[in-house]
Design a protein around this ligand. Structure first.
Ligand code: KE4
Length: 427
């Protein structure tokens, strides 16, 4: 396929933007070649600047659950923009979206809108520290919670009681407050909490890990975390920026029946515009300024356009029968991809949680960061290219989740499965 215009634009972009992109994973580094520049998108398709069309399973990394440029979202935004774009003052729209979110996430009594998932998790951790008066944070290897300093921390050596920076620019003493443990390893959590609970403010995790592909919680992992954190007065934060509205309408917490103390949301909640949110139990959220002493703010938080896109998206998504339709598409895709792998004779492991999924190029079970990293990334890169040449666009990394939308048709799924079979056979 011709990608001449993308290549020209990429060269230009590299002269004015670091790495030519505004977010690293978009640069195709993990799969080789230059990134495609997109000119527009509609429904389940995206179109690059050279006129190539692709069935899109990235959906802007999750948000476009209705598909691109949904007519009702476009119309609602057109009407909203006539009234201005942001006032820096309260509006009825943000009250309505907050109410809708609390109805779908009953573990939250109050919710604060911000502009990204990073802001949501960064703020939730500050509130948990303010609420408990403790400093340490437990996170899990492979879980990504945005790029706030204290979260760019990998497992320290030895007993993992102290993290080490995962990026230059993160001071050692920030990292020291973050304890990174293996996901799905409840014993490791128990040992560290029993030893350090007096210093631990919160445990934060992706209840299904979308940032190493799609890794499911082992039986009793989430309930074990809930029991341990409750026992020691530690705030349990579910980072549902990706799993929210994706694992189920009520997120992973509804699907697995676990009530966290705080929840972070993003992506789908903004329907494609910049929205993040964090919320939790009343006694915790009353710590948040101006009601309480923990400061957090944002110029464009809750702006009318983003609230409009979020409201109409959740309204359509909540309509009776819609989620079932979405899930049946995801099931059909899973069945087809598993079958394609069998027929092509390529050993893969496929995992799905609601409408997010991942095909790992490995024969062994994937349960955490270490086992995910065993996947054959070269083989994935060739698979990625093979799909692209056949008009299917998946995330340009083995360690990212795929997403489906209401706009994906049976024909799209059929074509995707056919392309996957051909691309796997070519491996
Ligand atoms: P943002 O700041 O990118 O809106 O959200 C950060 C974030 C927080 N928590 C979870 C579970 C997330 O998945 C994310 C962001 N996800 C990545 C995709 N793996 C966004 C894509 C990107 O970084 O460009």
């Amino acid at each position: 396929m011709i990608t001449k215009r993308s290549k020209q634009l990429y060269r230009k972009a590299c002269s004015v933007i670091p790495g030519g992109v505004n977010s690293p994973v978009r640069a195709f580094k993990a799969v080789g070649g230059d990134p495609l520049f997109i000119s527009h998108a509609r429904g389940s398709k995206i179109y690059d600047v050279d006129g190539n069309a692709y069935i899109d399973y990235v959906l802007s990394w999750g948000p476009l659950i209705l598909g691109h440029a949904h007519p009702r979202v476009v119309k609602a935004l057109k009407d909203a923009v006539q009234k201005g774009t942001s006032y820096g003052a309260p509006t009825e729209l943000e009250v309505r979206l907050a109410r809708m979110v609390l109805d779908l996430y009953p573990s939250m009594d109050k919710v604060r809108m911000v502009n990204s998932g990073t802001e949501a998790t960064m703020s939730a951790i500050r509130v948990a520290r303010g609420f408990t008066g403790r400093n340490k944070v437990i996170k899990f290897e492979g879980c990504y919670h945005g790029h706030a300093d204290g979260l760019l921390v990998k497992a320290g050596s030895g007993a993992t009681t102290f993290g080490v920076p995962d990026s230059p620019g993160v001071p050692e003493d920030y990292a020291r407050n973050t304890i990174t443990l293996p996901y799905n390893d409840l014993d490791a959590v128990k040992t560290v909490i029993e030893k350090n609970w007096k210093d631990i403010a919160c445990v934060i995790l992706e209840p299904v890990v979308g940032n190493i592909g799609c890794v499911l919680p082992k039986k009793r992992f989430l309930s074990g975390l809930r029991r341990l954190t409750k026992k020691y007065g530690i705030v349990l934060i579910f980072d549902e920026v990706m799993t929210g509205f994706r694992v189920s309408l009520g997120g992973a917490q509804a699907y697995y029946g676990i009530k966290p103390d705080m929840t972070c949301l993003g992506k789908v909640i903004g329907g494609g515009l910049p929205v993040g949110a964090y919320g939790g139990r009343a006694e915790i959220m009353k710590m948040v300024a101006p009601e309480g002493p923990v400061y957090q703010a944002g110029t464009l938080s809750g702006n009318p356009l983003a609230m409009t896109a979020g409201l109409i998206t959740l309204k359509i998504l909540s309509r009776k029968g819609t989620y079932e339709r979405l899930l049946s598409k995801a099931e059909a895709l899973e069945e087809g991809l598993r079958d394609a792998s069998r027929r092509a004779g390529i050993k893969t492991r496929f995992y799905r949680a609601g409408t997010m999924f991942c095909t790992y190029f490995t024969e062994k079970e994937v349960v955490d960061y270490t086992t995910a990293k065993r996947a054959d990334t070269d083989r994935f890169a060739r698979f990625f290219r093979g799909l692209l040449e056949r008009g299917v666009y998946i995330a340009p990394s083995q360690f990212e989740a795929g997403f489906i939308s209401l706009a994906h048709t049976d024909r799209d799924i059929e074509r995707t499965v056919g392309a996957a079979y051909e691309a796997m056979r070519a491996l």
